[in-house]
Design a protein around this ligand. Structure first.
Ligand SMILES: NC(=O)C1=CN([C@@H]2O[C@H](COP(=O)(O)OP(=O)(O)OC[C@H]3O[C@@H](n4cnc5c(N)ncnc54)[C@H](OP(=O)(O)O)[C@@H]3O)[C@@H](O)[C@H]2O)C=CC1
Ligand SMILES: O=C(O)CCC[C@H](O)\C=C/C=C/C=C/C(=O)C/C=C\CCCCCO
Length: 329
């Protein structure tokens, strides 16, 4: 019998999540039935969506939602061999049983030299978010100017690099000077610390006096209300996330975007990356190629130990991560 450790949502979050909102429990896993496989999590992802989705999709006592890279340790399913690695969406669990549905085997072309945790970040859901958000929503064109916030994060750092590959000028912002330095290293044309600039308006004008063709918005809130006034005519805004609002106990006063939307004839489109689940392989192949060519660099904020999942999650929401936040079991 295998004993699995799981993190449950003990209490719904009020404002920022607190360690006391989580509970670590143990579950005895049964023996496998035919067609089932036993997996152990090797890397687990902590993502911003878990904060709003917990409110919408979870009840107290549920195991926290999330994805992991897991290794198959026992199999009664001929489609999955022991020793293989998969991406699963099984939540914050150290071990779990699956019938194989919803498991994505890591591409056979995955080089040994590349950390498998990238399947949770640059070459996984966040990377695909950047890929499809840029190519399908922003529809960026060479020579255009792209703005991205939370630019040193899992999604934002890929957005900036793909926009450079696409021949664009790229402006990014992040919440620390170290992150800004990282953006410059990645090849961003302009980067600033939104927490320390005296005026966001001036910083956006200075970074691109002519304004922005594409705005990849990961943050929402006040930033978006200011940034929208810097959009060029016929600009496009990909509303990817609103992390500035996820931890609000009281919703922020809505940004009034209607006027610039009208006179600039902007297109603003929200999206969820699962819209392109049928093109996951295409995106993953392209991202893997760019990573192997060195055109897309990555950084991971690795927290050691399953017991530190809540800390990693809270830290990411507080901006303590540079690049993709993951937990190594
Ligand atoms: N639509 C979709 O399908 C998807 C949407 N997303 C969204 O993309 C965004 C980025 O996700 P991801 O790359 O995984 O996370 P990141 O790796 O970027 O980590 C979150 C970052 O958000 C920034 N942040 C946190 N709070 C605030 C705030 N109040 N104001 C401004 N920035 C803040 C912090 O960086 P900093 O130092 O810059 O403040 C923090 O490091 C999120 O909004 C997420 O919900 C992600 C995946 C899929
Ligand atoms: O089990 C699930 O559905 C989660 C699957 C996550 C998976 O890896 C794929 C998609 C992740 C999407 C992330 C979206 C965002 O980060 C946007 C977040 C919030 C938008 C507002 C949600 C409001 C809910 O009430």
């Amino acid at each position: 019998m295998v004993t699995a450790k799981v993190w449950v949502l003990k209490k719904h979050f009020e404002g920022f999540p607190k360690p006391s909102d989580f509970d670590l429990k143990k579950i005895e896993l049964p023996s496998l039935q035919n067609g089932e496989l036993l997996l152990e999590s090797v890397f687990l992802s902590v993502d911003p969506y878990m904060r709003p989705y917990s409110q919408r999709d979870m009840k107290e006592g549920d195991i926290m939602i999330g994805t992991q890279v897991a290794r198959i340790v026992e199999s009664k399913n001929p489609a999955f061999a022991v020793g293989a690695f998969v991406v699963a969406n099984s939540g914050w669990r150290s071990h779990f049983i699956s019938d194989g549905k919803g498991l994505h085997l890591l591409p056979s072309s995955w080089p040994e030299s590349l950390p498998k945790s990238l399947a949770l970040g640059t070459v996984g859901m966040p990377g695909l978010t950047a890929y499809f958000g840029l190519f399908e929503v922003c529809k960026m064109k060479p020579g255009e100017t792209v703005l991205v916030n939370a630019a040193a994060g899992a999604v934002g750092s890929v957005v900036g690099q793909l926009a450079k590959i696409g021949g664009c000028k790229v402006v990014g912002c992040a919440g620390s000077d170290d992150k800004v330095a990282y953006l410059k290293k990645l090849g961003f044309d302009e980067a600033f610390n939104y927490k320390t600039v005296t005026s966001l308006d001036e910083a956006l004008s200075k970074a691109s006096p002519d304004g922005y063709d594409c705005f990849f918005d990961n943050v929402g809130g006040e930033f978006s209300s200011v940034a929208i006034n810097h959009m060029k005519k016929h600009g496009r805004i990909a509303v990817c996330g609103a992390i500035s609002q996820y931890n609000d106990s009281v919703p922020q006063k809505g940004p009034y975007v209607q006027i610039p939307m009208i006179f600039k004839e902007l297109r603003m489109e929200g999206f969820i990356v699962t819209r392109w689940n049928n093109r996951r392989e295409e995106g993953q192949k392209a991202l893997l190629k760019w990573v192997l060519e060195g055109k897309v660099k990555f950084h991971e904020q690795v927290t050691e130990g399953f017991e530190n999942m809540p800390a990693a999650f809270i830290g990411m929401l507080r901006g303590e991560n540079l690049g993709k936040a993951i937990v190594k079991v």
